[in-house]
Design a protein around this ligand. Structure first.
Ligand SMILES: Cc1cc2nc3c(=O)[nH]c(=O)nc-3n(C[C@H](O)[C@H](O)[C@H](O)COP(=O)(O)OP(=O)(O)OC[C@H]3O[C@@H](n4cnc5c(N)ncnc54)[C@H](O)[C@@H]3O)c2cc1C
Length: 464
């Protein structure tokens, strides 16, 4: 269909303000790799009715649609081509209501994660999902990627924090599954169709989020450990001693810690270099004095057991931020050129052997490569960044195979939290059985029979 006609028909639905084309469209970039955004047109609907009208029109014409949230996704899940219409949720950015006794918040999908966190705090509550892209990432994107982040060990991933969802199906049907109740077993839980499905089954327009009590105490410690076995035992000790307060257990291997604390990075080293492992520990509780003592005691016990070589506890917000800064400054790993970024899941017990296999593999396929490892070890989630310098393009697939193939025999996952998007779909069969992938295809065929939503993402619609 001619672009002019399509744009005229879409303009009739959303008005001039709701369309972005030409130079304005080219001025947009994806966060990842800073690529330009291309599309037939970008639509900015103002409400659910407009999203529904746009999808009805696109469905009737077999027009493909890619949904955009804050574009912080890391697997090209929001990548669009000049054949696609982009629907951006940026104008659906209202926080509709907060139910304080019920501890819920109803929002439109384009609201950023940070605004939700701040609004919850204003009501003396907390929305515990937290990740580095919080200022731009949207609730719709967090739902569609089932985002994880820093506090999964305590509060779970986005799936645990979403009570209800309103979504628009490919044919324009509005599926109102908003729900503020913690318990609702009346038939199928349809919101799950849109959590972690990366915009392939519908466009999320509104959501009911679960809030938590705002912590009154905030303990943060930065420790160095002699080896990985100590890190694993330290996790058990902290988990047990902190009585359910452990909210983050972020581990950094030395190469990562060093690259994020040396110039041009502006973060200071929290502890001296030379240790085998560094761990950032966070505990959220209700009583500042007794919780601080509990954290100190837990660390003292770990020290007596020889699990900790050195430790420092934050005494102020400033010190806490200084401890988090190296962990969050992940783009320092791009210092030596483009990077391959992975986020794998595996059992903690398998981590040392897996990393050893990976190091050996990389030595063969990309001898000059630098590898940085860090991650949410308590969740079994490692982030692996490989910087292969000038060999980046040439080694791309070989590096991918080095990272993914060893996961097959240990039942690991090729994606712990970032999703599959375009980048990882060739490897989906490492982590999902043929029957699982066939069921995904059946769901896609049932809900989006013309295959217009986020085409080519997660898996190819036709079995290959
Ligand atoms: C510095 C940094 C740190 C990060 N840390 C983490 C981390 O710790 N844990 C983690 O899980 N992720 C992390 N991420 C990745 C990213 O922030 C998350 O994947 C986030 O949930 C994406 O939200 P978004 O609004 O930017 O979505 P986008 O990037 O815009 O889109 C992501 C996917 O969701 C789809 N989508 C977006 N909105 C909707 C909607 N309303 N309805 C249907 N589909 C939609 C898109 O089509 C695409 O497939 C990080 C990213 C950055 C840049």
């Amino acid at each position: 269909m001619a672009n002019g006609q399509l744009i005229a028909d879409l303009r009739a639905l959303v008005g001039e303000q709701g369309l972005v084309t030409g130079e304005q469209l080219l001025a947009r970039t994806y966060d990842r790799a800073a690529g330009e955004v291309h599309a037939r047109v970008l639509i900015r609907p103002r409400d659910t009715a407009q999203v529904a009208a746009v999808l009805r029109l696109c469905h009737s014409r077999g027009q493909t649609v890619v949904t955009h949230g804050g574009l912080t996704g890391l697997v090209y899940g929001a990548a669009a081509s000049t054949d696609d219409v982009i629907v951006s949720l940026e104008a659906l950015n209202r926080i509709e209501s907060v139910d304080v006794p019920g501890r819920t918040m109803r929002v439109e999908a384009g609201v950023t994660l940070q605004r939700v966190q701040e609004e919850a705090e204003r009501h003396d509550l907390m929305f515990p999902l937290d990740l580095g892209g919080r200022g731009s990432a949207t609730i719709g994107g967090n739902i569609s990627t089932n985002a994880g982040g820093m506090r999964v060990v305590r509060y779970g991933m986005m799936r645990s924090l979403v009570l209800g969802v309103e979504a628009v199906l490919a044919d324009g049907t509005v599926l109102g599954s908003l729900n503020r109740m913690l318990k609702n077993n009346a038939g199928y839980d349809l919101k799950q169709l849109f959590i972690g499905t990366e915009g392939t089954l519908g466009i999320v327009t509104r959501a009911d989020l679960r809030l938590m009590p705002r912590p009154r105490s905030h303990g943060t410690a930065f420790v160095a450990c002699p080896d990985f076995a100590s890190v694993a035992r330290l996790l058990t000790v902290m988990d047990g001693q902190l009585g359910g307060q452990l909210s983050a257990f972020e581990v950094m291997w030395p190469e990562f810690y060093e690259v994020t604390t040396t110039s041009p990075a502006s973060n200071a080293a929290v502890l001296p270099y030379g240790h085998s492992m560094y761990v950032l520990i966070e505990a959220l509780g209700a009583d500042p004095q007794s919780d601080a003592e509990r954290l100190e005691q837990a660390l003292a016990e770990a020290m007596e057991l020889g699990l900790i070589a050195d430790a420092v506890i934050a005494k102020s917000d400033l010190e806490r931020r200084a401890m988090w800064a190296p962990r969050e400054d992940v783009f320092q790993t791009r210092r030596f050129g483009p990077t391959h970024n992975f986020d794998v899941s595996l059992s903690i017990a398998d981590m040392p052997a897996y990393l050893e296999t990976l190091r050996r593999g990389l030595k063969e396929c990309a001898p000059a490569a630098r590898m940085y490892v860090f991650g949410h070890v308590a969740d079994g989630n490692l982030h692996v960044v490989v910087s292969a310098g000038e060999a980046h393009e040439a080694t791309f697939h070989a590096v991918e195979r080095c990272v993914y193939e060893p996961l097959r025999s240990i039942s690991g996952s090729i994606s712990a939290e970032h999703g599959i998007g375009l980048e990882r779909k060739a490897y989906l069969s490492i982590s999902r059985t043929p029957a699982e992938i066939a069921t995904m295809r059946a769901l896609k065929a049932a809900l989006d029979p013309r295959g217009i939503l986020n085409p080519g993402k997660v898996f190819d619609v036709q079995a290959s």
